[in-house]
Each structure stands twice: as C-alpha cells, then as structure tokens.
Design a protein around this ligand. Structure first.
Ligand SMILES: [Fe+2]
Length: 290
C-alpha cells in the first residue's frame, strides 16, 4: 500500500461555552469559516449525542474547532472527564480515510473511534499516537469542505495561525514517527540530546503554511501541563508581523496573560504567551522565515 498524504487541518478545543468564547477570538482578528450546529443530521448526530462545532480561522490554513459538550460519543465524554477543556485532537485530511486506518495501526497507533461515514460530508476515525495524543483523520466526500479563509496576514499586526505545539516524552522518537508515518519534513530543528523542539510541515507547505511543532516542555506552564496530562497537544501557534501589539491586542480581546514577548533562544525570535478562553496556551511568535 502506498503511504497516504496527511495534510494538517485543525486543532479541536473542548470548550464549555463556545457561543460565548467565540467572541473573544472574533475580537482578536479571527473569522468563523463554518458553524455547524447540533441539528445537522448527517454530521453531528450519532446514537450517542449531538454537538456544536465552531471553526475559527485567522489568515492561514490551520483552524481551530471549538467543540461543546455533551459530545457525540462516550469515548469523548470520558476524555473530557479526565482532561477537561484541553486540546483534544489534531485533525489531518487524507485522500482515503479507510486505507489510513491500516496505515496508522501498522505504525503502532491505536484506534479511539472506529472508522465512520458521516453522510455526504466526510469519512473519518480517530487514532491515538504512540505517546497518547489524539489524531483525527478526515476524508472529504462529495462537495463538502470546511471553507478556507484567505491565506494572508490579518490586521495591522499581521496575525496568522501557524499551527500547534505537541509536548513529547521522547522527542527524537516522535520526530521520527511523524516524519516517517505522516510524511512530515523538518523545516526547523532546534534539538540537542533529545531536548528542544522541531518544526515539521507537510508537503503543501509552500501553499499552505502551517506547522506541527514537537517539543519538550520548556516553560513553567508547559511543565505543569505535562505533569497533569502527560504528553499532550499544548498550544495554538501564531506568527505576527508585530508580536508586541498582537500580544497586547489578545489581552484586550479577553485572553489572559501568561508571559510578555521575550527573546526565545530556541527559535531565535521574540515570542509571547497568553491563554485562550478555556485555558489552553496560545503562542505568538515573529514571522517564520523557513
Ligand atoms: Fe476535529
């Protein structure tokens, strides 16, 4: 079997109050490319429940999905009971979701939610990577697609989503797995002795600028996350032309302060941190030149 291509798409936040929280994001340069309410029969009603999905985007292909309880499936409710409003999964688009089940399982991943066809919208399943983070796989069918926004910096601060950060137990091992199995390539490597971070991108990077950052915990907030949740999806990552103003604008929009922009030796630029409404980390860095 040939390896499927994996195209990074979104991070899913289990947000208790998405209809309120989305206002905070909207005040910080975001738009809503799609809002799927719980009444959509095909996509969001299963025998176990229904759900609201709000997709948020900001000048780039990587999007956020705010997902509200009670969640579609019991396995999701169990995860929420354990981890609360964490970032539940990263979603990848593939050409053939059913074939991808075997591909990921042969590479050591396990299946959290079996393959399912959601009417005329998408086929998909959820896997768990070797360190326990969730990977959603989606194959669009028919004409359905969660809309993209313009891939262009937004506002006078030039803000764009860039991707996400996953905190790892064994960094080298995870870089090898995401490279070999999901076909990602290294575009920035700041590791030594299995410590530090790596930026990975899929082969659409020239057109769709978004990255997966695999890292060991480096800040107090990151160490606390790993202590509580183990290896996890920790952070939504942004780039901005004006990091200082983008960070201040985030606070004015309702994000909470973690640390003001400061030089980060690992990536050679200034980067600041805030928390989004449900408490997950948001990192804003200077523009990525890679
Ligand atoms: Fe998702």
């Amino acid at each position: 079997m040939t390896s499927p291509t994996y195209q990074l798409h979104h991070a899913c936040i289990y947000e208790k109050n998405p209809r309120d929280a989305m206002w905070t994001w909207l005040r910080w340069y975001h738009g809503i490319p799609a809002y799927y309410w719980e009444g959509y029969a095909d996509m969001h009603q299963t025998s176990e429940g229904g759900v609201d999905y709000t997709f948020l985007a900001c000048g780039g292909p990587f999007q956020m999905q705010l997902e509200a309880g009670p969640y579609q499936f019991e396995y999701e409710r169990q995860w929420f009971a354990e981890h609360d409003s964490g970032i539940n999964h990263i979603c990848w688009i593939v050409p053939d979701a059913l074939a991808t089940v075997d591909h990921l399982q042969q590479a050591g991943a396990t299946v959290a939610m079996p393959y399912e066809e959601f009417g005329g919208t998408y086929n998909g399943f959820v896997a768990i990577d070797l360190e326990g983070r969730w990977i959603e796989i989606m194959e669009y069918v028919g004409g359905f697609k969660t809309p993209d926004v313009e891939f262009h910096p937004v506002g006078h601060v030039g803000l764009q989503t860039l991707g996400h950060v996953q905190l790892c137990r064994d960094l080298d091992d995870q870089v090898e797995w995401y490279s070999r199995v999901l076909g990602q390539r290294v575009i920035l490597d700041s590791r030594s002795s299995n410590d530090g971070l790596v930026y990975l991108a899929d082969d659409t990077y020239g057109v769709r600028e978004c990255v997966t950052v695999l890292a060991t915990p480096a800040t107090e907030a990151e160490r606390a996350l790993v202590e509580q949740h183990g290896p996890c999806i920790s952070t939504i990552l942004y780039q901005a032309a004006d990091v200082e103003q983008a960070w201040r604008d985030a606070l004015a929009a309702g994000f909470s302060e973690v640390s003001a922009p400061a030089h980060d030796d690992r990536i050679g630029c200034r980067t600041g941190y805030v928390r989004e409404p449900s408490g997950n980390l948001v990192q804003i860095r200077e523009r990525l030149a890679a």
